[in-house]
Design a protein around this ligand. Structure first.
Ligand SMILES: [Zn+2]
Length: 477
């Protein structure tokens, strides 16, 4: 590692030596001592190694890093023999170009259908120059500057629209995600992943059952199994669409028919846009519940700037998990409900909330208030590919800002698994495995002296991305 700048405690203004050595007898004391004495790089390494339970809030398309997308989409063996083109060169002045068009990437069939005048603006993905390739990669993630929300919702997604319909690429990228999560000790991934709407290279729809079988077969391959990451999926529906109610019914039927892999349903899309408010879907969910056995709902709510009752209204839809819940803190009645109930978990996404401007100053994020007043919470990565971050970044953010204790870290992981929508026997196995991983972690870093544990961290090689480099100057080689 290249960081041994200063002990983390000094950066925090905490005093060293505040922990009596007798406290190190239990791991909570050792963990506190380690966080006080570790350099930022050592602390990151420690958190990289921490068993982290599950990521419950993850959009499979937004989770893909640009570099993964490039590698998969330029290798015919990985993307089903598809060829991708991206709009890299414009014949009109740059100030007349719609920003969503820059680096919009499309499949061969769409490319062939372009007017002859447009084709010269597109470049085969594998033929991008080094500079174009770098700019293409950067165009698929937020830099942290400017209006993140507009950039994210209006610009980034249209650029990858043409990629997300390619089933082999989407499935291959899912396995890339599993590999990365496995490396940082995330044991369960419940990602929003749909196979409906997939198109073959000839532009024809891929039959749904054929697509399901393809995914199932890929997940059974040795490299996917070796990640140690258990995967389950949620279907999602863009809440603001005019036909969102019928889409909810379609998605509900799909999940009900594929319950071994698909375990829940979500509503997604920008919440403060006005058309996708939760109560719009109340009668839809009620009529679906009259027709199908229980189906778990995790729904985005409270990803808002100002106060409203969206979280309350979303609970009324039947959701047992709330995605984000940032403005729950501004709705005292509903907050009280969640503090007392323990049944509903809030999926917290710190880096997402920062970059999209819902919590620009993360030190004022309501996460610690939820965590420490009895609201079940866990940490998640949301669209990590677009933030170019990982789960360790979420933990590092939480530990450095809110001084999480070891017990709190353990509780985050446990809550993520206990509130997962995986089948009960799968959930029980995940919790048992998590306990075993915790014991091994505590034995590894609890043995010997604190100096021994710090020395052991030198052998850890965390994989970090541009978010960690840009935000904390953390990079490991
Ligand atoms: Zn989300």
């Amino acid at each position: 590692m290249n960081l041994r700048i200063q002990p983390f405690a000094i950066a925090l203004g905490l005093s060293l030596g505040a922990v009596p050595s007798s406290e190190a007898a239990d791991f909570g004391g050792r963990f506190r001592e380690l966080t006080l004495r570790a350099s930022p790089g050592e602390l990151y390494s420690l958190l990289y190694e921490v068993p982290k339970g599950g990521d419950l809030h993850n959009h499979s398309d937004g989770a893909n890093r640009s570099e993964w997308i490039y590698a998969v989409c330029t290798d015919p063996a990985l993307c089903g023999g598809e060829t991708f083109y991206t709009r890299a060169r414009f014949t009109s002045p740059a100030d007349a170009v719609d920003p969503t068009q820059l680096f919009r990437t499309i499949r061969r069939k769409a490319y062939e259908g372009l007017p002859a005048s447009d084709k010269p603006e597109y470049v085969e993905l594998s033929a991008l120059s080094a500079d174009e390739r770098r700019r293409w990669a950067d165009s698929l993630r937020l830099s942290g500057a400017g209006d993140g929300r507009t950039e994210f919702f209006a610009h980034l997604w249209p650029r990858i629209d043409g990629i997300t319909t390619c089933l082999p690429a989407a499935t291959e990228l899912l396995v890339e995600s599993m590999k990365a999560f496995g490396a940082e000790h995330v044991g369960y991934l419940e990602t929003q992943f749909s196979v409906e709407g997939m198109l073959g290279n000839d532009g024809a729809p891929v039959p749904t059952e054929q697509a399901v079988a393809f995914v199932r077969a890929r997940l059974a391959q040795p490299d996917a199994v070796a990640t140690g990451v258990t995967v389950r999926f949620q279907e999602n529906v863009v809440r603001s669409e005019p036909d969102a109610e019928s889409e909810v019914a379609r998605a509900y039927a799909f999940v009900a028919a594929h319950r071994d892999l698909w375990v829940g349903l979500n509503l997604v899309g920008i919440e403060d846009e006005g058309h996708g408010y939760p109560s719009r879907f109340l009668s839809t969910f009620r009529s679906l519940r009259a027709r199908y056995p229980t189906l778990a709902l995790s729904i985005h709510a409270g990803e808002m700037d100002g106060p409203d009752h969206h979280v309350r209204d979303t609970l009324l839809l039947g959701a047992t998990r709330i995605g984000h819940g940032v403005n729950l803190i501004q709705d005292p009645d509903t907050l009280l409900l969640l503090q007392q109930g323990g049944r509903v978990l809030v999926e917290v996404n710190l880096i997402s909330n920062r970059l999209l401007g819902y919590a620009p100053d993360l030190s004022r994020h309501p996460f610690p208030e939820y965590l420490r007043t009895g609201v079940p919470v866990c940490l998640n990565t949301d669209d990590r590919g677009m933030w170019d971050s990982n789960m360790t970044d979420e933990y590092y953010t939480a530990v450095t800002l809110f001084h999480l204790s070891w017990a709190e870290i353990v509780e985050l992981g446990r809550a993520s698994l206990a509130h997962s929508f995986a089948q009960p026997e799968v959930r029980a196995a995940l919790l048992a495995r998590y306990s075993g991983q915790l014991s091994a972690f505590e034995a590894r870093f609890g043995a010997g002296t604190t100096e021994d544990a710090l020395r052991a961290l030198a052998t850890v090689r965390p994989v970090t991305y541009t978010y960690a480099r840009r935000t904390w100057g953390l990079e490991f080689r």
